[in-house]
Design a protein around this ligand. Structure first.
Ligand code: HEM
Length: 506
């Protein structure tokens, strides 16, 4: 080797060494980012996370202990700023809400399903998001519409009870999650399309939408977009899945359009009157920058509502029942409250559940102890700003680790215990504001501009389904499958071994 080659090699090593230091200290080279674990050249902390073979949420739980309320992770090309303290979450989402109300860039795969960010959850903070969200709130979840659609819940929940009966008599036990998912999914399909469809069709839609959620969960190309050409197979598969999603939902929206144009009030499948389904409002909507929405956008917006509302609510019912099965005293107290309001056989209504204080406490404690999502959806700052004394670049993912707040012993007494009484008089959660507006103690729906717009509807589904299940049956552990609270991540944080329970008619 000549002297020239040795010099070039030496120089190259020095440059790589300096560059490595630069990356590992700053997480990508920008000044004054929050501290974080040192990373590797090019990939930052990505490989370290992958090597741990645990979901990201569990890795962050450990890093929080070391790096505190705000830290940086460099995941490939993406800079993630993780925020964990109640004070910083409140400052960013509530006090300075508009500054942190945007969403980061999407991966090519996610863009396939959102038709270029034409969904409430993925739209950047701006006129399109505002129009879609306002329409969603006024058309789908205003109190009059919720009341008008109570027949949908009655229809689906009655069917739910029959299915539980049948499953229990055939198998000796019931599986909670799969039944709750199916029921809540059928309610949301009917709210979106006004259609009452067969269980087999609901199952097909449910499975396709579950695949969509898993496909759009963060994967390697999200963090290394430069390598997207290497992930051609994944992009091709995503496009095939999108085709399947279109094929199973387009017939419903075409049928709805034809039904509206026919001027009829009702038919065999279209059970909601004109104007009562979410899609009816979307047909009429003028979306800024998009005009009238096409079938691709309509499918995306309805899928978003079905996806966002199914697993979140079903997961909550499953976790609540885990505690009722393992703690019969809580279950008995809840049963007595329900019977006190409506009797053993009375039909529980939306108005009844609003008045049931113990039911409210059980559900709040479930949201606290088992928030369906440990992080909010990824946020982004609308422009470069500062938080906690550090720079927050405009193109970074700002990730709010809200689950930590409910595990924090400085915020909650014995946070690991499941104790609904903490939400009753004298308890440490009695005045808690779940919207996080006053302060952040538990925010299962997020807080500020991007707070879940269907918080009331989601809570209603959980309250009503749980109350009806407890009124109809006594819930006991299945002898061969003892309840196991181990968590895993599947879009929401669910029980790794789904809850199986023996049910005895009351
Ligand atoms: C127990 C039930 C539910 C829980 C715990 C829940 C939780 C959440 C959370 C944590 C977010 C993210 C907030 C953020 O990024 O700051 C969110 C957003 C959203 N949720 Fe829910 N949700 C529930 C039910 C529902 C239901 C039933 C629907 C629709 C029918 C729905 C529709 C949405 C939409 C459209 C967004 C995006 C909002 C935006 O970006 O502006 N959610 N939800």
């Amino acid at each position: 080797m000549e002297f020239k080659d040795i010099s070039i090699l030496f120089l190259a090593l020095v440059v790589v060494r300096l560059w490595w230091r630069y990356w590992s200290i700053t997480g990508g080279g920008r000044k004054n980012l929050p501290p974080g674990p040192p990373g590797w050249p090019l990939v930052g902390n990505l490989i370290q996370v992958i090597l741990q073979r645990r979901h990201f949420i569990f890795v962050v739980r450990d890093l929080r202990a070391k790096y505190g309320p705000i830290f940086t992770m460099q995941m490939g090309q993406r800079t993630l700023i993780i925020i964990t303290s109640p004070e910083l979450i409140h400052e960013a989402l509530v006090q300075r809400g508009p500054e942190f109300a945007s969403r980061p860039a999407d991966s090519p795969i996610r863009l396939v399903f959102s038709v270029g960010k034409c969904a409430i959850n993925s739209a950047e903070y701006g006129p399109l998001w505002r129009t879609l969200r306002r329409n969603f709130v006024t058309e789908l979840i205003n109190p009059t519409r919720i009341k008008q659609c109570s027949w949908i819940r009655n229809w689906a929940f009655e069917y739910h009870m029959k299915r539980l009966h049948k499953e229990a008599s055939e198998n000796g036990f019931v599986e909670v999650m799969s039944n709750c998912r199916l029921t809540i999914c059928s309610v949301l399909i009917c709210l979106c399309f006004g259609a009452k469809i067969s269980e087999d069709r609901i199952k097909i839609i449910e499975n396709v939408l579950k695949d969509v959620m898993l496909t759009t969960a963060a994967k390697l190309p999200d963090f290394l977009p430069v390598l997207t050409p290497l992930f051609r197979r994944q992009v091709r598969e995503a496009k095939e899945l999108r085709k399947k999603q279109m094929e199973c939902l387009t017939p419903l929206l075409r049928k709805r359009r034809a039904f509206l144009e026919s001027g009829r009030r009702e038919d065999d499948e279209m059970a909601s009157p004109p104007g009562a389904a979410y899609i009816d409002s979307l047909f009429e909507l003028e979306a800024p920058g998009r005009g009238r929405l096409g079938e691709e956008e309509l499918v995306t917006l309805c899928s978003e509502a079905i996806n966002a509302g199914t697993d979140t609510s079903a997961t909550t019912v499953e976790w609540a029942l885990l505690h009722l099965v393992t703690n019969q005293e809580i279950q008995e107290k809840l049963y007595k409250e329900i019977v006190g309001f409506v009797g053993k056989d009375g039909v529980i209504t939306e108005n009844d559940v609003e008045k049931m204080r113990y039911l409210g406490a059980v559900v709040k404690e479930t949201f606290r102890r088992h928030p369906p999502s440990h992080f909010l959806l990824s946020h982004a700052a609308v422009r470069e700003t500062e938080l906690g004394g550090y720079t927050i670049p405009a193109d970074a993912n700002v990730e709010f680790y809200t689950a930590w707040v409910t595990e924090d012993p400085n915020v909650w007494k014995d946070p690991g215990e499941f104790r609904p009484e903490r939400f009753l008089d004298g308890g440490d959660g009695v005045d808690v504001d779940v919207t996080g507006t006053r302060s952040v103690k538990m925010v299962p729906f997020g807080a500020g501009r991007r707070i879940c717009p269907a918080m009331t509807l989601g809570t209603l589904h959980v309250n009503l389904l749980l109350a009806r299940m407890v009124q109809a049956f006594m819930w006991l552990p299945a002898p061969n499958s003892p309840p196991d609270p181990t968590e895993t991540f599947a879009f929401t944080v669910v029980m790794k071994n789904p809850l199986k329970a023996v049910i005895l008619p009351r």
